[in-house]
Design a protein around this ligand. Structure first.
Ligand code: ATR
Length: 289
């Protein structure tokens, strides 16, 4: 494990609250970044059950914790507990970062911007393209919002079609952008991919331990597609393996994890995040898988 700087009476505390948090790589990633910049900060994991969320947020104030990442299952429920929510996070309907300024808590969403930075870094053009999104949960909301803002048309497919309809409606209203909703099945997926350029899996399908699972068959994927999986455990999911074999471009979920973390780091510290170090450390924490 990476060693944080020596902890003093002045050390600023950051962390992540979620349930579970046992497998998080965020402490490794952030503590390496604090060390690299010589910052007197430390980052800790806090397992917080749903029933304790309100106490935990009060505790952040009482203990003067500088910053928190919010992860499953708290990203939506945390919103009414905060003093202020940035406009983008409000439009998305989820908060993944809190900054504590002297007891005043402000919520942000860095998943959306982190997703866009990832695409930019990987050289994926978005404007004028059609993006096919699998899933309509919290992660899909951030990804859809980001893609719509960046000028993509959206086709959202979800197992429960009503949620896709709701998300598409929200996007069309908030971003003023066309978004279609379909039930997630093989027929609709083939039709959507015929029109789509970018495919993003925002569902948990393929995540460890179900690493053999994928929603998309290899023959549906064409070399002109860019396939993005936001699942990062394993780093190369079954979907990405199939996409590679089909000759498509691929982007793994670790990039988005690192970028959402880097943007949070910048909000807490006011310093530019050492993104390469964070990426290397996140990969190392996964055992280089
Ligand atoms: P997150 O915040 O990670 O997006 P979530 O809000 O629980 O988590 O959303 C999970 C998404 O993955 C949902 O779109 C869910 O589909 P439903 O709305 O039909 O539940 C999708 N999902 C999860 N398991 C799935 C599976 N086996 N097949 C298809 N979709 C699945």
């Amino acid at each position: 494990m990476s060693t944080p700087l020596e902890i003093s009476g002045n050390t600023s505390v950051c962390g992540v609250i979620g349930d579970p948090v046992e497998h998080t790589v965020s402490p490794a990633m952030h503590n390496a970044a604090f060390s690299a910049l010589g910052l007197d900060f430390v980052y800790l994991p806090f397992r917080v059950a749903k029933k304790d969320l309100s106490d935990a947020v009060q505790g952040m104030r009482a203990l003067n914790i500088r910053g928190l990442n919010i992860t499953i299952p708290h990203k939506v429920k945390v919103m009414p507990l905060l003093d202020e929510i940035e406009a983008q996070a409000r439009a998305i309907g989820a908060v993944n970062v809190i900054v504590n300024d002297g007891g005043r808590l402000k919520g942000y969403n860095t998943d959306a911007e982190g997703f866009l930075r990832t695409l930019k870094e990987q050289g994926v053009a978005v404007r004028g393209k059609t993006a096919v999104i699998l899933g309509a949960g919290g992660a899909a909301r951030a990804v859809s919002w980001a893609l719509a803002e960046a000028g993509a048309a959206l086709i959202i497919l979800n197992r429960t079609p009503g949620k896709a309809v709701e998300l598409a409606g929200d996007i069309a209203r908030a971003a003023g952008h066309p978004a279609e909703a379909l039930q997630l099945n093989a027929k609709n997926l083939v039709t959507a991919l015929e029109r789509g350029h970018i495919l993003v899996n925002t569902t948990s399908v393929g995540m460890s331990p179900e690493t053999g699972e994928t929603l998309v068959k290899r023959d549906m994927i064409k070399p002109r597609h860019i396939v993005v999986d936001i699942v990062y455990n394993p780093v190369k999911t079954r979907l990405l393996q199939e996409a590679e074999k089909a000759g498509a471009g691929t982007v793994n979920g670790l990039h988005m994890l690192v970028w959402q973390g880097a943007l949070a780091f910048e909000k807490w510290t006011g310093r530019q995040a050492p993104v390469e170090i964070m990426h290397k450390e996140a990969l190392r924490a996964f055992g280089g898988k």
